[in-house]
Design a protein around this ligand. Structure first.
Ligand code: NAD
Ligand code: ZN
Length: 351
């Protein structure tokens, strides 16, 4: 149980349920709208109802990244208008990163901005998406292309929501937890590495707390990603290319699954640049490999992956710029990488 101070709001982790209702009381909203999808309506809303003791309306959208767009946002704005929302209304985003990002964006733009609370219900959204103020939707073929930076009134994390999350989603969320450790805390990496492989025995309250602390510490130093915050992209340049390549195929990977692949490749590039030792590389590869259930083969598709990476927003002057490790628990950003170095990493991954 803990309260973590973010820039202008608090992140509460497994705190007393009564705090939720008293916080809402203090906000004195004119009305409350809870945004859910079919899964969080079924699995999470009944629990929220037990501690949100005042009347509210729910707005249900379809689950999945496919619906994180302007059409669904319009649906939510419409529902707000037809149910009489005003500038004192409060939105509660009850769901994974899709609901958090889109619900936060909708709230931030409705009547020039109304208040919202993030109640993340996936592991990924608890340790990553709900922290840091990035909100938005996908547009045309571009991920998170339209959006804003804005803070919620509070982030309410409850690890008991994870009980109904499919195993594959839980495993995918672990990628960001390992990433936070690798880029910022050797202590956390050693702690995670010593845990039993079986996730059921993991103390999630403590793990989430450590991970949120790391992300929050980085975001506070660089809220709008002008420098340091880029280290959070470790594993993501190659990870995003892999995720995009397999999207809409029968081998589609969840975001975290692709990030596991990206982190192994980018750790190898860190090694070839003498930023980590062979022992560190082998340690990282061993721990992360146990979490990869479907192993893609990369070398045969290196042309397509590199083409995708060249479109990355983080590049400058057409050069591939990556965030890499500088030892376990430390990292560096804006490191230029040659396509040959990246192909070598694909070769290492495939072997
Ligand atoms: N804003 C940020 O800084 C940031 C950071 C990382 C990721 N993201 C965004 O987050 C999104 C991915 O988030 P996600 O992985 O949470 O995916 P998601 O929101 O699609 O949720 C995954 C699935 O789990 C279901 N679900 C959610 N909670 C559940 C529960 N407790 N029990 C059973 N099922 C449940 C959902 O209905 C969905 O089907 C992406 O759009 C990504 O861009 C944002
Ligand atoms: Zn990620």
């Amino acid at each position: 149980m803990s309260v973590i101070k973010a820039q202008n709001y608090n992140i509460l982790i497994d705190e007393e349920k009564a705090l939720f209702a008293s916080f809402i009381d203090r906000l004195k909203p004119s009305s409350i709208f809870v945004i859910v999808d079919e899964n969080t309506e079924l699995y999470c809303l009944p629990q929220l109802k037990t501690y949100l003791k005042i009347p509210f309306s729910s707005i249900r959208i379809s689950s999945g990244e496919h619906y994180k767009n302007l059409k669904t946002s319009t649906q939510i704005w419409n529902a707000l208008i037809s149910n009489g929302a005003d500038r004192k209304s409060l939105i509660i985003n009850l769901g994974g990163g899709v609901i958090g990002d889109m619900g936060g964006f909708v709230a931030s733009t409705f009547m020039r901005g109304i208040r919202f609370i993030q109640v993340p219900t996936t592991l990924l959204s608890q340790v990553d998406a709900s922290v840091g103020g990035k909100l938005g939707i996908d547009f045309l073929a571009y991920k998170n292309m339209i959006g804003v930076f804005n803070d919620p009134e509070m982030v309410w994390i409850n690890s008991s929501f994870l009980g109904t999350l499919p195993d594959r989603e839980l495993n995918s969320g672990l990628a960001e937890i390992y990433k936070h450790a690798l880029i910022h805390s050797k202590n956390h990496w050693d702690y995670l590495s010593a845990l039993d492989e079986e996730l059921k025995s993991w103390p999630f309250t403590e793990i989430i707390e450590r991970s949120v602390n790391i992300k929050n510490e980085i975001v506070i130093q660089d809220p709008i990603e002008q420098g340091l915050r880029k280290i959070l992209n470790f594993g993501h340049t190659i990870g995003h290319a892999v995720e995009t390549y397999f999207l809409d195929t029968e081998n589609a990977l969840l975001h975290g699954e692709a990030v596991f692949v990206g982190m192994i490749c980018e750790a190898y590039i860190s090694y070839t640049k003498s930023m980590i030792s062979r022992d560190e590389l082998e340690n990282i590869q061993k721990v992360l490999s146990t979490r990869i259930q479907k192993r893609p083969s990369l070398l045969g598709i290196s042309g397509e992956l590199l083409a995708h990476m060249k479109k990355d927003k983080k590049n400058t002057n057409q050069k591939l710029m990556l965030s890499l490790l500088n030892g376990i628990g430390s990292s560096a950003f804006d490191i230029e990488c040659h396509p040959n170095e990246i192909e070598d990493a694909f070769r290492f991954f495939d072997n």
